[in-house]
Design a binder for this molecule. Structure first.
Ligand SMILES: [Zn+2]
Length: 573
């Protein structure tokens, strides 16, 4: 589609004939016979010209034209459905480039203990829930839960195996931390997994031990892998049911595209089956996991790669982990170490040579790379590896991604800019888990999850919730990017990194589209792009910043089809 050329030619014709509609439709299609015509709205297009218009025509799942009500009147035919927006605000559908939606929703479907703040705020609250399951479950059955956060518990410490043993001795128990980077097991679970004082720490993991060398029950990063294979298998329809529930939950908060990260083969099958059954309402990029060089070899040999699929369901980037999490105090940093643990410089999951090998295999097989790296030492390891792969393969438009990039010092930002990597940032972290940053000292807090310096430095940042680490709703992230307030202290974290509402929306729209190689079809409302958009209950560019977290999505459209309606979902306006 040669837009500029058509535009000029049509502009000449426009003086003779029906000027306004032609000026608004860019591309081959004339604005006529629309399927849907939205009028009387406040449509924030987020296009290059930052246009705000009143009307939008949609045909065949794509935006046909934008303009004012009078201009677009000619787009309607007798079959066109006319929709009055009642001056409500419309935005492009939002994009979350980093979720663990499957993992999160499967926990809900399994009936696991939900130990997330604010519902739970003490260790005794959690052990009561464990004790309750211990009396109802048959002996020997696993008790599983997730979402606890030591920083938000009254006791301000990790749960221990002794805490859990008081609640359950005849049931193995495993409770995952909200960060996903550690879990706590009771003694019965440690016995089943043969974890004793003599068990060595696996590469990239820590078995925490007390003064006498006995395991405390806390297992960090890859050490969780000693327990997870023992957990009960899910019924075979779990993944497809999860995919259905995910798309409902995403549509409800205004997400029209999500990237689901580090998926297992069964989870990808679940998405594919949900798609076949017509249960998938939002668009999904599936990101397969690379946990070993063998995984990278298998992916490279598949003969399909990132981008394969269609606009509803496709392969996204291949995901690896370089280091751990701030909640587990395992992110890989340069000295000085964690406050109070000077020798703790975190963990690296891969040796540099193995990481390069895995990256090269996957990238040569056509996969976009995304690698979790929070500490600056981990980010440097990933950037070294990316630089090697880019050079080896002579890549021009790779869009390799650094996932989180939590401690993003000026030194690593400079390298990220030079290598043209994309940052999968997490604006809501500052609010929900900003208290964890403190353990890394004020200098690192200054560079934790920056946003303004990325914009000023020309680094493209897309945004993700990392659900279940923070809630799925992107409105938390949009709000947090603007105010940067931390939940517990109420303090503003690195205020110089605050950005405007429009910039925050860009992270969740245009930049998300770019990170997924989809800027030609989503991220803004423009003729020819997919008709993915949301109707919200307030003018997000005009309301006080603190209201951004309270925005309600009234309706969500994917490909011109309504997939969620606030009123139909039982809400009263
Ligand atoms: Zn993640």
């Amino acid at each position: 589609m040669n837009c500029r050329h058509d535009f000029t030619r049509l502009l000449l014709l426009a003086t003779l004939w029906f000027a306004p509609a032609i000026v608004q439709t860019c591309g081959a299609q004339r604005c006529q016979d629309a399927d849907l015509l939205f009028r009387n709205g406040h449509i924030i297009t987020l296009d290059g010209a930052k246009r705000v218009v009143g009307a939008m025509a949609v045909r065949d799942g794509r935006v046909l034209a934008l303009g004012d009500d009078d201009t677009l009147a000619g787009c309607a035919s007798s079959r066109t459905q006319l929709i009055d927006l009642h001056r409500h605000t419309v935005l492009p559908g939002l994009i979350d480039v980093h979720t663990h939606a499957m993992e999160w929703v499967k926990g809900i479907l399994r009936g696991e203990i939900d130990a997330r703040y604010p519902a739970v705020h003490s260790i005794s609250g959690i052990t009561q829930a464990v004790a309750h399951q211990a009396v109802t479950f048959p002996q020997g059955q696993w008790i599983v839960g997730s979402g606890w956060d030591d920083a938000k518990l009254a006791e301000q410490r990790y749960i221990t195996r002794q805490d859990l043993d008081q609640a359950a001795t005849n049931h193995p128990v495993f409770l995952k931390h909200v960060s996903g980077h550690l879990g706590v097991a009771n003694s019965a679970a440690l016995r089943l997994a043969n974890i004793t004082k003599d068990t060595p720490d696996p590469q990239g993991g820590v078995i925490e031990r007390d003064a006498s060398g006995e395991p405390t029950g806390i297992l960090k990063d890859t050490a969780m892998g000693l327990i997870t294979p023992l957990l009960p298998k899910d019924p075979s329809d779990t993944d497809v049911r999860a995919a259905r529930l995910i798309s409902e939950k995403a549509a409800e908060v205004g997400l029209t595209t999500i990237h689901d990260i580090f998926l297992s083969p069964d989870e990808m099958r679940g998405y594919q089956e949900a798609r076949r059954l017509g249960w998938l309402k939002v668009r999904v990029q599936m990101s397969p996991r690379i946990g070993s060089i063998a995984d990278a070899e298998r992916l490279a040999q598949m003969g399909v790669h990132s981008g394969f699929g269609d606009d509803l369901l496709k392969f996204g980037a291949a995901k690896m982990f370089a280091d751990g999490g701030m909640g587990a105090r395992t992110v890989a940093i340069y000295p000085p170490g964690v406050i109070g643990e000077p020798s703790n410089l975190g963990v690296l999951r891969w040796t540099p040579t193995d990481m390069q090998k895995a990256h090269l295999l996957a990238a040569a097989g056509g996969w976009q790379l995304e690698t979790h790296a929070i500490g600056d030492r981990a980010i440097d390891e990933v950037l070294d590896s990316y630089a090697f792969v880019i050079r080896q393969l002579g890549l021009k438009d790779h869009r390799f991604r650094i996932v989180h990039a939590g401690i993003s010092t000026p030194a690593v930002q400079k390298r990220m800019r030079e290598l043209n990597v994309v940052v999968d940032g997490n604006p809501p972290f500052v609010y929900w888990i900003g208290s964890w940053f403190q353990k890394y000292g004020p200098e690192r807090v200054r560079w934790s999850y920056p946003a303004r310096s990325y914009i000023e430095g020309g680094i493209i940042e897309a945004a993700g919730s990392d659900v279940p680490v923070t809630p799925l709703s992107p409105w938390w992230g949009i709000w947090a990017a603007v105010v940067r307030r931390e939940l517990q202290s109420g303090q503003i974290v690195a205020p110089e990194e605050r950005i405007s509402v429009e910039q925050a929306l860009t992270l969740y729209t245009r930049n998300g589209a770019y990170a997924g190689f989809e800027e030609d079809r989503k991220g803004a409302l423009e003729p020819g792009k997919l008709a993915d958009f949301i109707v919200v209950d307030r003018d997000v560019l005009a309301v006080p910043a603190d209201e951004l977290k309270d925005v309600k999505v009234l309706q969500t459209f994917v490909g011109g089809r309504s997939v969620y309606e606030y009123l139909a979902a039982g809400h009263v306006q």
